[in-house]
Every structure is written in C-alpha cells, then in structure tokens.
Design a protein around this ligand. Structure first.
Ligand code: AHR
Length: 500
C-alpha cells in the first residue's frame, strides 16, 4: 500500500527562520587554512579567500555561520587574530594539537561573511578566559568608534561596527576534552555572569548557553537543568550538539538517526520548560542546534591524525560522505524543521574540508560532497511556514531505535506566493515506496522541480578523482493532479518536490 501524507495549512510548526540553515567554520584542520583561505590559489582575492569556495558556499545556501570554534575557542585569544598580519603570533592550539598562524581572525572572517552573504555568529572563550575578554571582544566587534577597542578596529580598517547579535558562551563545557572543562554548577555561574555583563553592554544580544555535547553524555539532561537554573534570565538559547555515524554495518538503524535527534530535542525542551516553570519565567528557551552532522568519530579517534607533532592545518576529520550519509543528513534537516518551533537556529558542522559538504585541494579543485545536495536544495526551496504533515506509512525494525517509520517528511508553504515544497526520505534498503501527498490545502497547482538523491550503491561517494560520481537526479514519475502529488521514492533516498 502507498504511503499517504496529508497536509493541513493550519498545522503550522513555525514561520521559517533562515537561521535553521546555518553552518560552522572552526580553526581546525583545513577548514580555514587551505579551505576558505589559500592566498596562493588561482581564485584567491586580495584577502586570500578562495572565490571558488565562496561560490560553493553561496550555492549551499548556508545562512548564519558560527566562528571560530568549537573546541578551538576554549584556548583562543581573539586579540592574536587582529591587527597587522605580519605581527600576529603563531600559537599552539591545544584542542587539535596544531599550530595556529592567526593569519585569519575576526576582521578577515567578517569580510568573508560579507562575501558569502552570511550572518556571523561568534563564540567567546570561557575555557581559559572569562568576562573581561568576552567584553573586550564585544567592544572591538560591535562598539561605536570613540572607545579604545572600537578605535583599534577602526585603525585595523573597519569603521562600522559589525552587526553580530548571536554569541555562544563558550563551547561544550560539559566535555572532559574541553580546555577548561567545568562542572554544570561552575559553568552555570560563569555563563550567567558573562551573559549578564554582555547584555549590560548591549541588551539586544542573543546569547547561547552551552547544553550537552551529545545525548550520550553521562550528564545529559541534568547538565541542562543545572546550567539553565543558573543562567535562564540572561540567555536566549541553549545549544545542542549531535553527530551520527553508521556503526557495525547496521544501516537500518543508521538510516533512522532522526529518531535519536528527536529524542534529544524532546529531552532538552522538557528540561528547559521544567526550569521555566520552576523559575516562574515568562520566557520560553529556544534551542540552537549549533553542531549537527555525520561524523565517523570512532574511525578518527582510532587514527593518527591528531598526533604529537605541531603542524599547520593538518588533514583532520576529512570524512568522505556516501549517498546513505546524505540521506541521513537530509532526514536530520527534516527533523530540525519538524521541531522548528523550538529549534530556531542550527549550524551544520562544519563547512569546508572538516566533516564538510565542501572539499578543496591546495592549488586545485573544490567540489561538492554527497551531503551538499540535500542541504542546498532544502535551503533553496523551503519558504514561508513549516507545516507538520500527517504521515501514514509502513514501519521496519531496527536494533537501536525499535520500530521506525519507513518514510519521513516535512512541508513548507508560502501563502503569499503560493509556493510549497515537500522534503521526503525513504529509509527502506530494498523497496521503492509510492507516496501520495495531498497538497490541495496549500493550493499546489503544478510541479516546479522534483529531484532525488539516491544510487544503486548507497555507499557511492564523490572524491577528488571522481568529483561528480553522485549528484541530484530528476525524481522520475512525479505527478500532480487536483492538488494530489504522487511520487515513487527509490530505496535509501532523499527527495524534494517544489510546487507553485
Ligand atoms: O565539530 C568538531 C568538534 O566537535 C567541535 O570542535 C566540538 O565543539 C565538537 O566536539
């Protein structure tokens, strides 16, 4: 029997906030150096930024970009990265055991964000530093000319304050690997004090307090409760970080990774709302899912890529993604949209070379990984409001998540233009599934675009040698009549259909 999806235009999750399509650039491996920045490259501009990469970032459609870390930020001195480049110090980065040349810092990265049309989201160091350094950075970045640090920025070539409203209060402070790792009690106090001070400087800031670095952390849930009880009044978002990978050849469970992401979101929402009511607060906490992706972490931990040598921009975390990875990533993005009433900001971690949708070679090509496609198409086609469809579909058994749905989907619709879009995955490894989507309530009249990402080999990948092995294909046989869309989803596939 076909899967039936019914769309009710009043079943609104939330108006689409484009911050859900954010990304993340960390000073890690070859993300910055030999990634976005390579002065000797034939496409490099005067700042040393690769314009071929800029074009791919625009095509990817990422919006808000978190910077400069990640684990890196927890021992970073932002002052090292501003002023004349020739006098910037080389430092040891303890997080990734590499050398940081500081040739790219805040001013360069802000210019790169302007080139790509993205919003800059900054993180402050609460590992080795604290309130004073955070306030100094805030003044340097956003202060009107006329004070010492703002004038330093002017002297460095930028008169206008940067328009940076989102700030992360440290990174993954729950993780024992974090430089300056703290207990929830200690972090809650320092986060609240830093947030309060930053908002005294600018009450319009949107501040993100660190939640858990994964739902498998032993402190998951309790960390959120303790940190939010200490900081609730001063912050606007709590962060979530989650990475997924296929383990032990269990593709069935892996394809249902969204089940785990849903559990993660539900748990953080429940905890945040518990604290809200306990504190009798009027404010509802938002979730910033500011690290999410596929990451073959087990393999990287077993490798020698982070070793005792102090190297500049070593090859680290350079996962090469398959079709199955792209299907999971597309499904995770569907999950974020399904929870968009609470998850109002998200960052795919990361952007270039390091667990990234975009890869580069020094002096050479740049290309799209499989995971590039579901992200870029969703960012391009999603418009208006996010709708929660009713999905009647079959189920299959998994070792990790029990019985799960074969088909998952989300819908967006723009009442002003009449445009709508459906994003779907088929998690079956063997069956094509016919899906009937009733779009009559959103006034769908004709199909504008119908694309799919799938392959006879779910492990097919794009590589330096074969950069276009995997790409989007037309979703064969998609039809729309009287508001009823009919599609056939291939096994292990992600698809999108936009209608007018
Ligand atoms: O994105 C890679 C790393 O994952 C980040 O630096 C850290 O925050 C997380 O553990």
């Amino acid at each position: 029997t076909p899967t039936h999806i019914t769309v009710d235009r009043t079943n609104v999750v939330a108006p689409l906030n484009r911050r859900i399509f954010g990304s993340f650039v960390e000073h890690l491996g070859r993300c910055v150096y030999d990634g976005i920045y390579e002065p000797g490259h034939p496409t490099a501009n005067a700042d040393g930024f690769r314009l071929d990469v800029v074009e791919l970032v625009k095509e990817l459609g990422s919006t808000t970009i978190r910077y400069p870390g990640g684990n890196f930020v927890s021992s970073y001195r932002w002052e090292d990265g501003v002023g004349p480049r020739e006098s910037r110090p080389v430092r040891r980065d303890l997080a990734w055991h590499s050398l940081e040349t500081n040739q790219v810092g805040l001013d360069e990265f802000a210019r790169w964000c302007e080139l790509t049309g993205s919003e800059l989201m900054m993180a402050v160091n609460l590992g080795t530093r604290g309130i004073e350094a955070a306030l100094d950075l805030l003044e340097y970045a956003t202060g009107e000319p006329g004070t010492a640090l703002a004038d330093q920025r002017v002297a460095n070539g930028r008169t206008e304050p940067y328009d940076i409203s989102m700030w992360c209060l440290g990174n993954e402070m729950d993780g024992p690997w974090q430089i300056g790792h703290m207990s929830a009690e200690d972090y809650g106090k320092i986060a609240a004090r830093t947030a309060s001070a930053m908002k005294t400087a600018d009450k319009n800031l949107e501040l993100v307090v660190c939640g858990s670095s994964g739902s498998s952390m032993p402190t998951f849930g309790e960390w959120e409760r303790v940190v939010l009880e200490a900081s609730y009044d001063h912050v606007d978002y709590i962060s979530c970080h989650a990475y997924y990978q296929e383990r032990g050849g269990d593709l069935a469970s892996y394809l249902a990774s969204s089940v785990e992401m849903t559990y993660f979101i539900d748990t953080v929402v429940a905890t945040a709302d518990h604290v809200k009511h306990k504190l009798r607060s009027q404010k509802t906490m938002q979730l910033s899912f500011d690290e999410w992706n596929i990451w073959y972490l087990d393999e990287h931990q077993a490798s020698e890529e982070v070793n005792d040598e102090w190297r500049i921009a070593p090859r680290q975390l350079e996962d090469v993604y398959s079709v199955a990875d792209a299907v999971v990533l597309g499904n995770l993005l569907i999950t974020l949209l399904q929870n968009h009433d609470r998850v109002t900001s998200a960052s795919l971690a990361q952007l270039v070379n390091v667990i990234a949708p975009i890869m580069t070679e020094p002096g050479g090509d740049s290309w799209r990984q499989t995971t590039f496609f579901p992200f870029s198409v969703t960012s391009r086609l999603a418009r208006g409001v996010v709708l929660r469809p009713r999905i009647d579909t079959g189920r299959y058994d998994t070792a990790l998540h029990g019985s799960v749905a074969l088909v998952d989907a989300v819908v967006t619709a723009d009442a002003e233009t009449g445009a709508s879009a459906v994003f779907l995955v088929n998690r079956s490894q063997t069956e094509s599934i016919e899906v009937v989507v009733d779009l009559s309530d959103v006034g769908a009249g004709r199909i504008v675009e119908a694309v799919s990402l799938h392959d006879a080999d779910p492990y097919a990948k794009n590589t330096l040698a074969d950069q276009n092995r995997v790409g989007l294909t037309p979703l064969a046989g998609a039809e729309l009549a009287d508001g009823i869309l009919t599609v056939t989803l291939p096994p292990v596939s992600w698809s999108a259909v936009s209608c007018a």
